[in-house]
Structures are given as C-alpha cells and as structure tokens.
Design a protein around this ligand. Sequence first.
Ligand code: ATP
Ligand code: MG
Length: 137
Amino acid sequence: TERTLSIIKPDATRRNLTGKINAKFEDAGLRIVAQKRVRLSLAQAETFYAVHSARPFFGELTEFMASGPVVLQVLEGENAIAKNREVMGATNPADAAPGTIRAEFAESVGENSVHGSDAPETAAEEIAFFFAGLEIV
Ligand code: ATP
Ligand code: MG
C-alpha cells in the first residue's frame, strides 16, 4: 500500500465540488487518510511548485493556487500514486479521458481542479510539506 498527496484546487472548492471529487477517489478504492482545508500564501504556493519555477506559467499557477481555499489530502491504497493520476485524468481537460475528474470538472489546463504527486519520492516530500505524521490516520 502506498500514499500520495492530493490537492483539491481553488477552482473546485469555489464551485463546491469537494464532495463529488472525494466520491471519485473513494469509488476508486483510495482512502482519504488525512484532509484539511487551508488557504495557501503565495510564498507557500511558490515553495510547493518550486520545480516549475522556470516555466512560463509559474506566476499564473502560484497566484491561482493562493487565490482561494484548497483541500490538502493524503490518499492511501494499492498503487495510490498511479491510481490517483488515473482518476484525475490528463493535465489538460481537453485530453482527459471520460469519467475522470478533470474531464468532468476542470475549467482549463491551469485551473484543472486537482493535483496529485507524480512519483514515490515527490509523494513523500509533498506529504511531509503539509502534514505531520500524527495527522495521517
Ligand atoms: P499537478 O502537478 O497539479 O498534479 P500535472 O502533474 O498533471 O498536475 P504538471 O505538468 O506537473 O501537471 O503541471 C503542474 C500544474 O501547472 C498543472 O496541474 C496546471 O495547473 C499547471 N499548468 C501546467 N501546464 C500549464 C500551462 N500550459 N498553462 C497554465 N498552467 C499550466
Ligand atoms: Mg505535476
């Protein structure tokens, strides 16, 4: 069993989609073992997305992530990282498979409703960035 970090992004919290997105995770066999709703500062968003700092969309991405509440989550299950990315769908909603979160809910390639870690190393780093061990049950 594996853990991954998930973020329900501001475009989705604004449209009251937290419950519908969580249902997709749980239906796929992912267990929500930690969850908190916070508003990220711009500095926190910049640190979290530092890997993208050279990309042309970095400013847009970090300002968006700090523009409203997000729901930070740890998801647990067999192959949780790959399973979560499958349930999320492709980054660009135009390319996302039918039934995926991004196909159903995302507004654009930038405002695409969810984040999920992309590998075991980044999952461990991203979980530690937001959660203490005692918060994950
Ligand atoms: P995430 O890391 O959020 O789970 P991802 O792994 O599918 O998404 P990345 O390539 O890591 O995609 O990009 C990180 C985020 O940056 C995307 O989810 C999206 O919000 C934003 N982004 C990516 N490409 C673009 C773009 N061309 N224009 C605007 N924003 C973008
Ligand atoms: Mg990514």
